[in-house]
Write a protein that binds this ligand. Structure first.
Ligand SMILES: *[C@@H]1O[C@H](CO)[C@@H](O)[C@H](O)[C@H]1NC(C)=O
Ligand SMILES: *[C@@H]1O[C@H](CO)[C@@H](O)[C@H](O)[C@H]1NC(C)=O
Ligand SMILES: *[C@@H]1O[C@H](CO)[C@@H](O)[C@H](O)[C@H]1NC(C)=O
Ligand SMILES: *[C@@H]1O[C@H](CO)[C@@H](O)[C@H](O)[C@H]1NC(C)=O
Ligand SMILES: *[C@@H]1O[C@H](CO)[C@@H](O)[C@H](O)[C@H]1NC(C)=O
Ligand SMILES: *[C@@H]1O[C@H](CO)[C@@H](O)[C@H](O)[C@H]1NC(C)=O
Ligand SMILES: *[C@@H]1O[C@H](CO)[C@@H](O)[C@H](O)[C@H]1NC(C)=O
Ligand SMILES: *[C@@H]1O[C@H](CO)[C@@H](O)[C@H](O)[C@H]1NC(C)=O
Ligand SMILES: [Zn+2]
Ligand SMILES: [Zn+2]
Length: 849
C-alpha cells in the first residue's frame, strides 16, 4: 500500500472527528452537574429580581431636571449593578433612539400605522457605528468580580463581537413562533387570533459583518419580546456576565412595554427554569445562550460584547395591500394584513401581486463595549445609501429556496439525460479511451457534492423537505450514472496509466543503474559487492517483469504499446478479436497491477474531496467577506474548468473530438445555471451580492474552453500546440507529396487522375482553394464505402505554402492514411474505428484516434 493513501485516510478521519466534536447540535460534552446547578441557582435569583421590581427601579442616569435630585438606581442583576461598571450612561440615549426610530417608521405611538403581525423572516442591510458617550475597554472590567466562580476562557484577551469598523453589513433571521409564550397567555392556539396578543417571545440570529474593522463576522442568538401591535421588538444577549433577558423589561422605553414584557417573562422564564431544574442532569444547555457553541461555554465561556437590539417593523407597502381607497382606515389595513398573512401561511389560491417585502430598522447598543450600531436609511441617510434592513417573510424566503431546489433537481436530471446520451455515443473502448478521466471526475465530484449536501439538507429541512428530496434523488441518479461512466473510462484507460507508470519506473531504474555504474567506476573495486546489494534493495520492482520488457522504448514505439493496451481492453470486452501479440507485456501488467490505483481508491478520494469541499464551504462563514468571495469564485472557476482536461487529452491522444456537442454545450449551460442564480439574481436567498463581472469571467472561461474544443475538432487537436510538447502520435492526415513516391511514402493504390478541367474545378471548390497549379489529383477506392476517393497530392519539388494553413488543414481532413499506408475517407474510417482498431484491409493494428 503506497503511503500517501494512508495519510489521505488519516486526514479524512481527523476531519470527521473534528466535525463530529465541533458540531453544535451534538449535545454538550458532560459538564459537572454542580456547574449547571450553580448556574440555575443564579438564574433563579435573577428571576426573583425580575418578578419583584417595578418600572423605574433601574435608572442609572436620572434626569437632573426633576424637582428633587434622585439617586441613580441599579438592579441586583449581573451586569445591571453599579459596581459592574457597564456603560449605562447611554441607556437614555438608546431608549430615545428606539422611540425616534419607531416614530420615523410608523408614526406616533397612539396612532401607529399597522404593520406585519408575524415577523418571521430574513432581513439584511447596512449598519454604521457610533461611539458611546463614555469609552469602555476590556481592561475596565474585572470579570472575576462581575461573575465570581466563572473561569473565563479569554479573560486577558480582547473580547469577541467587538465592532471596530465604522460600517458593515448585518443579516437578521427572526423566529416569531406561534408556539412561543404570549401575553396574555393563550393556551389554545386556535383562539390566538380572537384575543389580541400584546407581547410574544421571539428569537433572532443576528450576523454582524465588521467589514472595515476587524474583518470578522459574528453570529449571535438573541432572545426578546415582540409587541405585535406596535411592530417593535427588543432583544438582548444573555451570558454569565450579563443577565440580559432577566433585565429586559427595564430596558424598554415605555411603561406599557415594561408591564407586558415583565408579565410575559415572569411566566415564561419561570416555566423554562422549572423544567431545567427538573432535568438539570440531562439537559445542560443554557436556554438563553447567545452562541451556538454553548457546551464548552459551561466550563470556561469566552467573553464577548453584550448587545441590546431594538427592531421596528415598517408598515407594508400600501400598493401591495390593495386596500380600496375608500376603506383606508386602520382597521381595514389590519384586516388586509391579516388576510395576506393567513394566505401566505395557509395558501388558498388567492393570488397576490409580487412578493411581500419585510422592512425593519434596527438600533443595536452594546452596554459593555459602549457603542451603537444603527441600520442605514432615511431620514439620517439618503435612500440610495440604504433602506434599513430589507428582506422577505419566511414564506417567501422558503418559496425562493423551493424554486431553486426544484430548478436544481431539474438541472441535475437534465445532466443525467445528457450523460446517458453521451454514454450511448461512446459505448466502445476506442471511443471511451478518448474521454478525459478528469473531466468525468470533475462532473462526478460535483454531482457527489450536491448529493451529500442535499442529504445533509434534507435531514434538517422540514418545510423544504420535498424539493430537497427531489434534488437528492436526481443527484443520486447523476452520481450512479457518472459512476458507471467513470468506471467504464477507467477500465479502458487504466492499462494506459499502468504503461506510463511502468515507463517511469523503468526510467528510474535506468538512471539508478547508471548512477550505480558511475559510482562503481569512481570507487575502488573492493566496494563493488556492497553497491550491488544496495541497488537490488532500493529497487522494489521484481526482476522478472523488467527482464521481459524491451530495455529502451523510443517515443514513437509508444504508439504501438498504446495499441496493444487498447487491444488488451478490447479482448476483455470482445472475445472475437485475435489475442494481442505482445504476450510479455500482458505478463508484465499482471504482475505490476498491484501497484496501480484501484478504482475504489479513486472513488474514496472523490468522496473525501467532496466532503472536504463541503466542510471548507461551511467554514467560510467565519472568513473575511473578501476572502470568502475569492474562495467561492475560485471554487466556481475550478468547477467550470471541467473541459480543460478534455482539451489536454484531445491534444495528447491526437483525437479531434471525444464528446458529443449536445453533451458539451448542454452540460456547460446546465452546470452554470445554479451558479448563475447566486451571481446574477438580486434577491437570491443566500443574500449574496450580485457580481456580474465575476460571472462574466466564469462564463467567458467556459466559452473559451468550448471554442478550443470546436477548434480542435475543425483544425486538429494539436492546432497551436508547439511540437515536442506532446508525445508523438500517428498523423492520420499527412501532407501527400509526389516526391515521396520513390521513398514509398504515398498510400497504396493511389492512381494519378489525368487533369481534366472538371476534376480540377471540383478539387478547387471542394478543397477550399488548394491551388490546382501546385497539386495533382490522385484517386483510389475507399474499401469501406466502395466509393471513389480523390485526394490532392503536391507536385514533386513544390513547396506548398497553404499546407500548414487552415485551408490546407481542412483539405487534409477529407482522407485518412493508416500506418500501413492504406487510405480511406475520414468519415468511413472514423466510423469503422469506433468498433475496431484495425485496418479494414490488412487487419493491422491502428493507433487510436
Ligand atoms: C418570584 O420568583 C421567585 C423565583 O422564581 C419565586 O420564588 C417567587 O415566589 C416569585 N414571587 C412572586 C411574587 O411571584
Ligand atoms: C409573576 O408570576 C406570579 C405567578 O406565576 C405572580 O404571582 C406574580 O404576581 C408575577 N409577578 C409579576 C411582577 O408579574
Ligand atoms: C443580590 O443578590 C444576591 C444573590 O444573587 C444576594 O446574595 C445579595 O445579598 C443581593 N444584594 C442585594 C443588595 O440585595
Ligand atoms: C470613536 O472613538 C475612537 C476612540 O475611542 C475614535 O478614534 C474615533 O474617532 C471615534 N469615532 C467617532 C465617530 O467619534
Ligand atoms: C474593542 O476594540 C477596541 C479597539 O480595538 C479596544 O480598544 C477595546 O478594548 C475593545 N473592547 C473590548 C471589550 O475588548
Ligand atoms: C478583580 O476582582 C477580584 C475579586 O474582587 C480581585 O481579587 C482582583 O484583584 C481584581 N482584579 C483586578 C485586575 O482588579
Ligand atoms: C462559588 O462557589 C462556591 C463553592 O462552590 C460557593 O460556596 C459560593 O457560594 C459560590 N459563589 C457564588 C457567588 O456563586
Ligand atoms: C409566523 O409565520 C411562521 C411561518 O409561516 C410560522 O411558523 C409562525 O408560527 C408564525 N407565527 C405566528 C405568531 O403566527
Ligand atoms: Zn469511404
Ligand atoms: Zn492496412
Amino acid at each position: 500500500m503506497p503511503p500517501q493513501q494512508d495519510s489521505a485516510r488519516i486526514v479524512f478521519l481527523i476531519v470527521l472527528t473534528f466535525w463530529i466534536f465541533s458540531s453544535p447540535d451534538n449535545g454538550p460534552l458532560i459538564a459537572g452537574p454542580n456547574l449547571i446547578k450553580d448556574r440555575l441557582a443564579r438564574q433563579r435569583a435573577a428571576h426573583g429580581v425580575l418578578n419583584s421590581t417595578r418600572w423605574g427601579d433601574f435608572d442609572p442616569t436620572p434626569t437632573t431636571s426633576d424637582a428633587q435630585a434622585t439617586e441613580p438606581k441599579f438592579l441586583n442583576l449581573t451586569g445591571f449593578r453599579e459596581r459592574d461598571n457597564l456603560a449605562w450612561d447611554d441607556l437614555g440615549r438608546f431608549r430615545q433612539k428606539c422611540d425616534e426610530w419607531s416614530l420615523n417608521a410608523v408614526g406616533m405611538p397612539e396612532a401607529a400605522q399597522p404593520v406585519w403581525q408575524n415577523a418571521t423572516g430574513v432581513v439584511h442591510g447596512l449598519w454604521h457605528r457610533e461611539n458611546g458617550s463614555v469609552p469602555r475597554f476590556h481592561s475596565d472590567y474585572n470579570l472575576t468580580e462581575i461573575s465570581p466562580n466563572i473561569t473565563w476562557a479569554s479573560g486577558a484577551f480582547e473580547w469577541s463581537r467587538n465592532i471596530t469598523g465604522p460600517a458593515g453589513k448585518m443579516l437578521v433571521r427572526l423566529e416569531d413562533d406561534e408556539a412561543a409564550g404570549t401575553e396574555p397567555e393563550v393556551v389554545d392556539p386556535l383562539v390566538l387570533h380572537e384575543t389580541e396578543v400584546r407581547a410574544r417571545e421571539v428569537t433572532a440570529t443576528i450576523t454582524l459583518e465588521d467589514v472595515e474593522g476587524s474583518g470578522s463576522q459574528w453570529d449571535m442568538r438573541m432572545h426578546g419580546v415582540h409587541w405585535p401591535r406596535q411592530g417593535a421588538m427588543l432583544f438582548t444577549t444573555t451570558s454569565e456576565k450579563f443577565a440580559g433577558i432577566f433585565g429586559l423589561p427595564h430596558l424598554t422605553s415605555r411603561p406599557d412595554f415594561f408591564e407586558t414584557s415583565q408579565a410575559l417573562l415572569n411566566r415564561t422564564l419561570d416555566k423554562v427554569l422549572s423544567k431545567k431544574e427538573q432535568l438539570f442532569f440531562l439537559d445542560q444547555t443554557d436556554p438563553w445562550a447567545s452562541s451556538s457553541d454553548s457546551p464548552s461555554d459551561v466550563f470556561n465561556p469566552t467573553a464577548h460584547c453584550e448587545y441590546l437590539a431594538y427592531l421596528q417593523i415598517h408598515p407594508p407597502d400600501k400598493d401591495y395591500l390593495h386596500v380600496q381607497p375608500s376603506l383606508t382606515g386602520p382597521e381595514n389595513i389590519v384586516k388586509a394584513i391579516h388576510e395576506i398573512e393567513e394566505e401566505l401561511r395557509f395558501p388558498q389560491g388567492i393570488s397576490h401581486l409580487g412578493r411581500p417585502r419585510l422592512q425593519m430598522s434596527a438600533v443595536l447598543y452594546s452596554p459593555d463595549c459602549a457603542f451603537f450600531l444603527e441600520s442605514k436609511g432615511p431620514p439620517a441617510y439618503a435612500p440610495a445609501d440604504g433602506m434599513h434592513l430589507q428582506g422577505m417573510k419566511q414564506e417567501t424566503f422558503l418559496y425562493s429556496i423551493t424554486v431553486w431546489l426544484i430548478g436544481l433537481g431539474l438541472v441535475v436530471f437534465g445532466q443525467v439525460q445528457l450523460l446517458k446520451l453521451q454514454m450511448r455515443e461512446t459505448s466502445t473502448p476506442s471511443t471511451l479511451g478518448r474521454i478525459s478521466f478528469y473531466t468525468a471526475s470533475i462532473m462526478l465530484l460535483a454531482d457527489g457534492t450536491v448529493f451529500i449536501g442535499s442529504i445533509a439538507w434534507s435531514l434538517s429541512a422540514s418545510t423544504t423537505l420535498l424539493p430537497s428530496l427531489l434534488v437528492t434523488g436526481a443527484s443520486f441518479l447523476a452520481m450512479m450514472t457518472g459512476n458507471i461512466f467513470l468506471s467504464e473510462i477507467y477500465k479502458v484507460q487504466e492499462p494506459e496509466w499502468r504503461r506510463e507508470e511502468r515507463d517511469r519506473e523503468r526510467q528510474r531504474q535506468q538512471t539508478q543503474a547508471a548512477n550505480a555504474a558511475r559510482y562503481a567506476a569512481e570507487h575502488p573495486p573492493s566496494s563493488t559487492t556492497t553497491t550491488t546489494t544496495t541497488t537490488t534493495t532500493t529497487t522494489p520492482q521484481p526482476a522478472l517483469p523488467t527482464a521481459n520488457i524491451p530495455v529502451i522504448v523510443p517515443s514513437d514505439q509508444d504508439v504501438d504499446a498504446e495499441i496493444a493496451e487498447v487491444n488488451d481492453a478490447n479482448t476483455n470486452n470482445n472475445a472475437t478479436l485475435p489475442a494481442p501479440a505482445t504476450a510479455p507485456n500482458t505478463n508484465a501488467t499482471a504482475t505490476t497491477a498491484s501497484t496501480s490505483t484501484p478504482l475504489s481508491n479513486i472513488f474514496g478520494r472523490l468522496i473525501m474531496c467532496s466532503t472536504l469541499i463541503l466542510f471548507l464551504t461551511l467554514a467560510t462563514t467565519g472568513w473575511r467577506p473578501g476572502i470568502r468571495a475569492a474562495y467561492f469564485n475560485l471554487l466556481a472557476f475550478g468547477y467550470l474548468s471541467l473541459w480543460w482536461p478534455q482539451i489536454h487529452r484531445n491534444a495528447y491522444r491526437n483525437c479531434r473530438r471525444a464528446l458529443a456537442w449536445p453533451f458539451v454545450v448542454g452540460q456547460s449551460i446546465l452546470r452554470m445555471l445554479p451558479i448563475a442564480y447566486f451571481y446574477l439574481i438580486n434577491d437570491n436567498f443566500a443574500f449574496a451580492e450580485p457580481d456580474w463581472t465575476s460571472f462574466a469571467v466564469l462564463a467567458g472561461w467556459v466559452w473559451i474552453q468550448i471554442v478550443v474544443l470546436v477548434a480542435q475538432s475543425i483544425l486538429g487537436p494539436r492546432f497551436g500546440v508547439p511540437k515536442g510538447w506532446m508525445p508523438e502520435a500517428w498523423e492520420y492526415h499527412p501532407i501527400l507529396r509526389e516526391d515521396s513516391i520513390e521513398a514509398a511514402g504515398l498510400p497504396i493504390g493511389l492512381v494519378a487522375v489525368p487533369s481534366s478541367p472538371a476534376t480540377m474545378e471540383r478539387v478547387k471548390t471542394g478543397d477550399e482553394g488548394v491551388s490546382s497549379k501546385r497539386s495533382n489529383v490522385y484517386s483510389t477506392q475507399c474499401v469501406v464505402c466502395r466509393e471513389n476517393l480523390e485526394v490532392p497530392v503536391i507536385k514533386a519539388g513544390d513547396e506548398d505554402p497553404t499546407a500548414g494553413g487552415v485551408a490546407g488543414v481542412l483539405a487534409r481532413r477529407v482522407y485518412m492514411v493508416t500506418p500501413c499506408r492504406h487510405i480511406f475517407h475520414s468519415d468511413c474510417l472514423e466510423a469503422w474505428m469506433r468498433f475496431r482498431l484495425q485496418c479494414p484491409i490488412c487487419r493491422e493494428e491502428l493507433p487510436p484516434l
